[in-house]
Design a protein around this ligand. Sequence first.
Ligand code: AMP
Length: 216
Amino acid sequence: MKNLILIAPPAAGKGTISSYLVENMGYQHISTGDILRNVAKEDSERGHFVSGLMKEGKFIGDDIILPLFKEELLKIKNQSFILDGFPRTIVQADYLTDLFQEIGIDDYVVIQLEIDSSLLLKRATGRRVCTSCKATYNVYFDGFKPKVENVCDQCGGDLIQREDDTEETFKNRYEVYRSETEPLIAYYEAKGKLKKVNANVTEEEILENVKRCLND
Ligand code: AMP
């Protein structure tokens, strides 16, 4: 199975696609957002620093994220994997290109999720995440609301709103995506690695199209 790099604006559905591929196709998943949310919980100078930047919707510096990312990638490099949230800048993409070369990875596809920006704000501010099993819900969209308010349908855990899913922080994250991450689309197009998937359709259709890209 091809390795996958997901490029998409915040709240476009990277996590949902990743969970599906992990549960149904045996993929390993590296989410740099999850790695950094764990760092942000540390009661240390580094933890407080990371937590502050994430609350503002800013990127964490490469001195912190690159070694953490490399460590995770080396653990799973011999299995099929999804990179969710990395790379996010051209500097990180160059780093990844070199790392892939060093460890002999060439079989990968980059999927850009194309989504109407007007949908994203509601997806972000309505998102609720289970504190224990990480299942996600959305309080604005039928079919995605939890059956009981703030309780996970799957495990009964508490649902919370991520600290960076407020309207103000979402707007910062989206701006940073446009300026720092969107240039990766041309970067991977030039390498012949890029595929585009329309993410304005149903979850089933999105997943079908993602699977098609992985099998091409
Ligand atoms: P995500 O869960 O992918 O939306 O990421 C949440 C937040 O983690 C981002 O808004 C950034 O603050 C931080 N983050 C995640 N991945 C990276 C990365 N590759 N480089 C820098 N910061 C990151």
